[in-house]
Design a protein around this ligand. Structure first.
Ligand code: PLP
Length: 460
């Protein structure tokens, strides 16, 4: 057996000897292909028509990087392009430049947020960025948080902690409440937490898509009458279809009176709460026990970037700490794998840290408020006699034509989406209260008034 399996001209791993020229050349070449693809966005459109990409699989012998680069190029040129100004379908904005570097650095370091000894500086960094967020939201010194791979996981971390804190973790009657417009992934949380769909109770929304407080009170009373134990009420700060914000102040009072954990799903709108942007009710997030924030959804921090902040970090520790018998740990050193569901975790915090440092508070505010301005511009210029609009205070707007029955408007959304796509505008077609809508998410920094005017022309 040979201990040196290197038969290719390129090195398999970065080396401790020499200057890693090969790696440098590969990174340079990759950067060039990526940057060219960004610049080609106008030519290609949001979704490529190039269907030449063929999935290859590993073979007995490995391939040279020359072969791989032609495959990489084909993969890239067949991808969805978030940089195109017409890419306004989803909560997937262009990547913030500096966060691309963050991903590269994280990959190169290959540290592990499971344990302090595997990521000493990055563990500290994650702790300090979470504390910074907590402070901005108005939480006390006891607060802290943990990053997770996406909003679904951050919400799951919160719900598991809430149930554990309530002491109802083995109670079949344990339930949590969300609004009927809350994100579909809460159903997954039930599955993972060993709950049935009956443990997920939906509260009605009002005409603006916000949780209806009267219905919330009635629902709570009904739960107690039936012997149910409520371990959390989830308020949504930015609903997926229209960016509505639940009345957090009223919900927090109800939670305080009844000693129920208030979790805020701020996957979309939570980031707005660290700025001075005037949005009704947003300052009340400080009353929550936990909040999810997803900087991947609007600031452009590359996926995945999500954090859960809790008003008392000890709750996460008590919930998730199992001990890590294979990790040597000094007293007073916290292994961050003990704060959430994930074990091994990449250093996602690097790109968030770099993104926040690069933008500064003014830059963050600029990116966020410009997205709201774009939604307002769209709203003020679309023909409201012709279209029924669904929006809130954020950057999301959905619409359907007025005066059509369900079948007609469903067919219209299908046809219109295709027409828009042919004109390089990618909008989404979500289903909402049993009806299809068209939705524009105006968080793409490259989208300007020119494009919004063109879009409106195509709609009018
Ligand atoms: C309001 C809301 N919560 C949670 C999620 C889930 O987030 P993720 O896709 O990062 O898991 C989404 C996704 O769009 C969302 O819109």
């Amino acid at each position: 057996m040979t201990l040196d399996p290197i038969t290719k001209k390129e090195k398999l791993f970065p080396t401790h000897k020499g200057n890693n020229e090969d790696l440098l050349a590969l990174i340079n070449k990759t950067s060039q292909i990526l940057c060219k693809w960004f610049s080609d966005a106008e030519k290609i459109g949001p979704l490529s028509n190039d269907h030449n990409f063929k999935c290859s699989v590993p073979e007995e012998l490995g391939h040279s990087t020359d072969v791989l680069f032609s495959e990489i190029e084909s993969l890239i040129y067949s991808s969805f392009n978030p940089v195109h100004p017409g890419s306004i379908a989803h909560l997937d904005p262009p990547p913030l430049t500096i966060s691309i570097l963050g991903d590269l650095i994280a990959a190169g370091l290959n540290n592990n947020l499971l344990a302090h000894e595997l990521s000493p500086s990055i563990s500290l960094l994650e702790d300090s960025i979470c504390k910074w967020f907590s402070n901005k939201l108005g939480f006390t010194e006891a607060a802290g948080g943990i990053a997770a791979s996406g909003g679904t996981l951050s919400n799951l971390n919160a719900l598991v902690a809430a149930r554990n804190h309530s002491g109802f973790e083995e109670d079949k009657n344990a339930v949590f409440l969300i609004s009927e417009d809350a994100h579909s992934s809460f159903v997954k949380c039930c599955l993972i937490m060993g709950l049935s769909k009956n443990n997920l109770i939906k509260v009605k929304t009002d005409d603006n898509g916000c949780m209806d407080i009267d219905d919330l009170k009635k629902t709570i009373d009904k739960c107690y009458e039936k012997g149910k134990k409520i371990f959390s009420i989830v308020a949504t700060l930015g609903t997926t279809i229209r960016g509505a914000i639940d009345p957090i102040e009223e919900i927090s009072k109800i939670c305080k009176d009844r000693k129920i954990w208030l979790h805020i799903d701020g996957s979309i709108g939570g980031i707005f709460a660290i700025t001075k942007i005037p949005i009704n009710g947003i300052r009340n997030v400080k009353f929550a026990n936990s909040i999810t924030i997803n900087p991947q959804k609007i600031l452009g921090i590359t996926k995945t970037s999500s954090i859960l902040l809790v008003s008392d970090i000890e709750v996460l520790q008590k919930t998730f700490s199992t001990g890590l018998p294979y990790i040597s740990t000094e007293i007073n050193i916290l292994n961050r794998g003990e704060l959430g569901i994930q074990g091994s975790r990449p250093a996602e915090i690097i790109k968030l840290w770099l993104g926040l440092r690069f933008l500064g508070m003014q830059g963050i505010q600029n990116v966020l408020s410009s997205s709201i301005e774009k939604r307002k511009f769209f709203e003020n210029n679309i023909n409201t006699k012709k279209y029924l609009l669904f929006s809130g205070p954020l950057h999301i707007i959905s619409f359907i034509p007025r005066g059509m029955n369900k079948n007609e408007s469903d067919a219209w959304t299908l046809k219109k989406r295709a027409t828009l796509m042919n004109n390089n505008f990618m909008l989404s077609r979500p289903i909402f209260k049993n009806r299809y809508l068209l939705r524009a998410v105006l968080g793409n920094y490259n989208t300007g008034e020119k494009q919004i005017n063109e879009l409106i022309k195509l709609l009018n």
